[in-house]
Design a protein around this ligand. Structure first.
Ligand SMILES: [Zn+2]
Length: 1011
């Protein structure tokens, strides 16, 4: 039944037409008749019995030879212009006119492509000329009739359109379909030749110009040819008639030629017998790895059918992991059983083992780059990352037992699952007569099992990870190789001297070699000795082109810079390298965008006396750290929110060390490195990450509430000095000073201190406005602009505010916190509009263009901002109380902030102190602080007033009528400024029965005043 179907399926059109050159029908197929017989047998239900009659071996036939249209001896005028005719054997096959030294030669002395022939003209003396764009060739026939025949044949074949159009269109491909072209040295030939590979032919030309004009020396048909990798830059193309020995410019160039020629050779084999059989299983009609259609290769031990591109990557896994064979090239290995195994298993089942846990986003697609392909295939088969994990096996012994049980059953898939999980194909069965699983399968008559075991007898699949995971540092079986650019040296200038090297990472050592084939390494680095690893997430220009670099800093104060060609390979190397020196416990620290990873000595928080080793990772402005082997949680320092960042020199025993101090959110962390080099590295990276590095809000240094320090400082300054200034925010500052201030904030906002005497209010207000206008995005975001404005369509203010609320919710966190701070500030300003004359309407018109970052303020923009300011309390769900703090709350808040404990009997309250401490009074518990403070603006020296929170020493009396109090108090009636020099005088004051009595002093009974 099986073979009947194969026969039926192998012939349909859609397969034939897509497969590049189908088997030529002109050549008799010796097996055709056999198939017919099988057909008949199969119909009679005898297919299995007919097996021996069908050859499982693909048969070989060469590409169809072009039909020779005319051949014979002619004299050809030598090109040297000496008017010497040389006797040549000339052959025309419709595609080219080639001339040979004699009729025995296989390769011509020269050839003219038919497509290059412009004209064929008769000359006197039995001569004719063949005209091309570059040169004219003159031939002489022996007889007139002979010349006529040559001319007619050439003219017919090269006559433009209409006749022979099919041939003509075929004969032009020399430019477009070239697979590879370049100059190579050819042994026995002076100078270099231009070699071009197109289809199944290698064409040799004297020059690029010749090539372009359709002139050549000879063409080498690759059918039946093979390629041999010779020494160094050399490779040979061996044909049955002649060996061509080429030398390339470089070894890399050579590799490319070998690959290209190999592929062409595979293309020339038009045998699809095996492929069509294998494709009978529908799952095998697309590549098991990338799903490209009509895959012509297979990994015979892994049981997958793959495309040409994936086959290349499989080869680099090495034969102990993947044995790659062409469905066309390696016809000899495709035994009946192997074909049947592939039919039985098929890509679908094989992938149920290899890709059972393949996440959708990691799937490979047919258009993937070579790097993506390499990564995927390495993960799939070498790391076996997506493999179906077999449950219920505790050790190798159990796996092997299961294998011995499986191989005697027809269930090949189970055998595969076991072998790919690490079961030993050569394990002992315990039976001396049938000592291996293979022999067990043989005795049970399981041919497919035998075939699979045979193909895997040299395979080396590591055992299940769970058994080998006990190593403290990452697993020793970690292996990776590939080309990297290497430069070892301490400075950046070495980037100019990066060299492409073949690198391997094995057993914790990174070794680099001159080339892939060099037996001994040029250099080697013990990766376990790495203390820090710096990653460049952008391309770096080096002498060798742009690369993605990784810098390895070693304990010995050495550094090694390696560069990968793509970010993907860079990432893979980082993964592999860090596994060698970062303990598994802190591997969670490693993020995709890590810029710096390593260990440092640090002390923090609860123990500031002992240095400990910790693992640090810098990602953006977040510094993650974890104690590693000791107990402890991972922590994060937000570097943009650092309150302090200083370097100091400490003395530790005999030596002086440099220490970096960081304070953030009440935490203090000290770090120092293993040597000067890694300390400098971390210090500069942390300084950079903690600074302002762009115009986005998130690029700014932040307060602990997540508000840019520049915004916070300006607001604080204006609140202190501008709340009562008429037209605050309306008056323009000095552009020069504003620019300077902005610049200072950009350099290091933490160190800008705004002071009343040094800074003008209007410069500060303009700095705030400029910052908001020039930020990377508007505070209200440009994306939301249409939403903000369209909210105005809602006429009901409460509904409108609800809408604003949802927009605010959708803002980035930092925009939200900044908006909160700013609106709170503006809300306060308008609350003091009796002093500053800035109602929300006016503030809105000042701020709308900075908050939306629009050119002018449209009425809509202003309306939105006005709404936001006046509804600040609702929008940010702030209780009114909080904003308008009363005396008692201020005292309470201040005490709790200072952690002052007080008993219920203590009465703490807020005192207002004016005139530089001359006068103080306790505020009534219900007095509004802000209003009182604003009153200071009417004082001659507003800055001479302040608030004090202290324990109230007076006593409370319940009966106001009985209340008598007498004390020395300061007195100033404001009437005698000239005389008293604006001073208060001490007076003894008595409060009795709702009367205030004033005496000069306690002994004097003269009543000065009574009220
Ligand atoms: Zn593929």
């Amino acid at each position: 039944q099986l073979y009947y179907n194969i026969k039926k399926v192998s012939k349909p059109k859609e397969l034939k037409e897509k497969g590049s050159p189908p088997a030529p029908p002109t050549i008799p197929d010796p097996y055709k008749d056999e198939y017919s017989t099988v057909d008949d047998f199969a119909l009679g239900g005898e297919a299995r019995n007919a097996l021996p009659d069908i050859s499982p071996y693909a048969c070989f036939y060469g590409a169809p030879k072009n039909q020779v249209l005319k051949v014979g001896w002619l004299d050809k005028l030598s090109p040297q212009g000496k008017c010497v005719f040389q006797r040549r054997w000339v052959r025309f096959d419709g595609e080219s006119l080639a001339y040979y030294n004699n009729d025995k030669e296989m390769y011509s002395k020269g050839m003219i492509l038919a497509s290059a022939i412009r004209q064929v003209r008769g000359l006197g003396d039995n001569k004719f000329e063949v005209v091309t764009s570059l040169r004219t060739f003159i031939f002489r026939a022996e007889r007139e009739g002979e010349r006529q025949e040559w001319m007619e044949t050439l003219q017919t074949a090269t006559r433009p359109p209409a006749c022979g159009s099919q041939k003509r269109s075929n004969s032009l491909p020399h430019l477009s379909s070239t697979n590879k072209r370049g100059l190579l040295e050819l042994r026995g030939y002076k100078g270099r030749v231009l070699v071009s590979l197109a289809g199944s032919k290698v064409r040799l030309c004297k020059t690029e110009q010749d090539f372009k004009s359709g002139l050549a020396v000879a063409e080498v048909e690759l059918t039946a040819a093979n390629i041999r990798d010779a020494d160094r830059r050399c490779f040979d193309i061996n044909t049955p008639f002649k060996n061509f020995c080429f030398t390339a410019e470089s070894e890399r160039e050579k590799e490319e030629w070998i690959e290209a020629v190999q592929e062409s050779i595979a293309e020339t084999l038009s045998d699809y017998e095996v492929a069509e059989k294998i494709w009978f299983n529908e799952a095998n009609r697309s590549c098991a790895d990338c799903r490209a259609l009509q895959p012509e290769w297979a990994s015979v031990n892994l049981g997958v059918v793959i495309c040409k591109k994936c086959a290349g990557q499989h080869r680099s896994l090495g034969p102990s992991i993947s044995k790659v064979r062409s469905l066309k090239l390696d016809s000899s290995i495709w035994s009946n059983e192997l074909v049947e195994l592939f039919l039985e298993v098929g890509n679908k089942n094989a992938n149920s083992l290899w890709a059972a846990n393949l996440p959708l986003e990691e799937e490979l697609y047919s258009g993937a780059s070579a790097e993506q392909r390499a990564t995927f295939i390495r993960r799939k088969y070498r790391e076996r990352k997506y493999r179906r994990v077999l449950e219920g096996f505790d050790d190798l012994e159990q796996l092997n037992q299961a294998l011995c049980a499986a191989v005697v059953s027809p269930d090949v898939l189970q055998t595969m699952a076991l072998v790919f999980s690490g079961a030993d194909v050569m394990c002992a069965t315990g039976d001396p007569t049938v000592s291996t699983p293979y022999l067990l399968a043989q005795r049970a008559g399981q041919r497919l099992q035998m075939e699979f075991l045979h193909q895997n007898k040299l395979s080396d699949f590591p055992r299940l990870e769970q058994w080998s995971e006990n190593t403290t540092l990452s697993d020793a079986s970690l292996f990776m190789d590939g080309f990297l650019y290497i430069s070892s040296g301490p400075t950046k200038t070495t980037l100019d001297h990066m060299t492409r090297r073949w690198c391997t990472l094995e057993g914790g050592f990174l070794s680099y070699y001159e080339s892939e084939r060099s037996p001994s390494a040029i250099g080697r680095v013990d990766v376990t000795e790495v203390v820090s690893l710096a990653v460049s997430n952008t391309e770096t220009m080096t002498g060798a082109g742009t690369v993605f670099t990784v810098e390895l800093y070693l304990q010995t104060e050495r550094a090694l810079i390696v560069g990968a060609e793509t970010q993907e390979t860079q990432h893979d190397w980082i993964q592999a390298l860090t596994k060698c020196f970062v303990p598994p416990k802190v591997e969670g620290l490693l993020q995709r965008d890590s810029e710096l990873i390593g260990r440092l000595l640090y002390k923090e928080g609860h123990d500031l006396y002992h240095w400990r080793t910790g693992w640090f990772m810098l990602e953006g402005s977040a510094l993650h750290f974890s104690p590693g082997d000791e107990e402890g949680e991972e922590e994060v320092l937000q570097l943009k929110q650092l309150q302090e960042l200083t370097v100091s020199t400490h003395t530790e025993g005999e030596e002086k060390i440099q220490v970096l101090l960081m304070v953030e959110g009440g935490r203090t962390v000290y770090i120092h490195g293993f040597n000067k080099m890694d300390f400098t590295l971390w210090h500069s990276a942390i300084t950079l990450a903690s600074g302002t590095d762009g115009k986005a809000l998130s690029d700014q240094q932040l307060t602990k509430n997540g508000v840019p320090i520049i915004v916070d400082s300006c607001i604080a300054f204006v609140t202190q000095y501008g709340l009562c200034q008429e037209g605050v925010y309306q008056r323009p500052g000095d552009p020069g000073r504003v620019a300077l201030l902005l610049d200072e904030f950009t350099r290091d906002a933490r160190n800008v201190k705004l002071r009343e005497k040094e800074h003008q209010l209007q410069d500060v207000t303009d700095t705030l406005k400029s910052f908001l206008s020039q930020a990377e995005d508007a505070l209200l975001t440009k994306e939301l602009y249409p939403y903000w404005v369209s909210a105005l369509d809602e006429k009901d203010e409460r509904q409108r505010v609800k809408k604003y609320s949802t927009f605010i919710e959708s803002l980035p966190k930092i925009n939200r916190s900044t908006l909160d701070a700013l609106l709170q500030h503006l809300y306060r300003i308008q609350q003091c509009s009796n002093l500053n004359h800035m109602l929300s309407e006016k503030l809105a018109s000042v701020f709308s263009s900075c908050l939306f970052q629009t050119q002018g303020q449209t009425p809509q923009e202003t309306s939105v901002i006005r709404d936001l300011i006046s509804n600040y309390v609702t929008l940010f769900s702030v209780s009114q109380k909080h904003l308008i703090m009363r005396s008692a709350e201020l005292a309470e808040t201040a005490l709790s902030m200072r952690n002052v404990t007080f008993s219920a009997d203590d009465l703490w309250t807020t005192f207002e102190v004016i005139e530089n401490g001359e006068l103080e009074r306790p505020l009534h518990h219900s007095e509004k602080i802000l209003e009182q403070v604003l009153e200071w603006s009417t004082l001659d020296y507003p800055s001479s007033a302040f608030l004090v929170i202290k324990k109230f020493s007076g006593y409370l009396a319940t009966d106001h009528k009985q209340f008598i109090k007498g004390d020395y108090l300061k007195f100033n009636d404001g009437s005698s400024k000239l005389l008293s020099g604006h001073k208060f005088q001490d007076r003894y004051v008595v409060l009795r029965a709702e009367q205030l009595l004033l005496y000069r002093d306690i002994k004097v009974s003269t009543l000065l005043f009574s009220a």
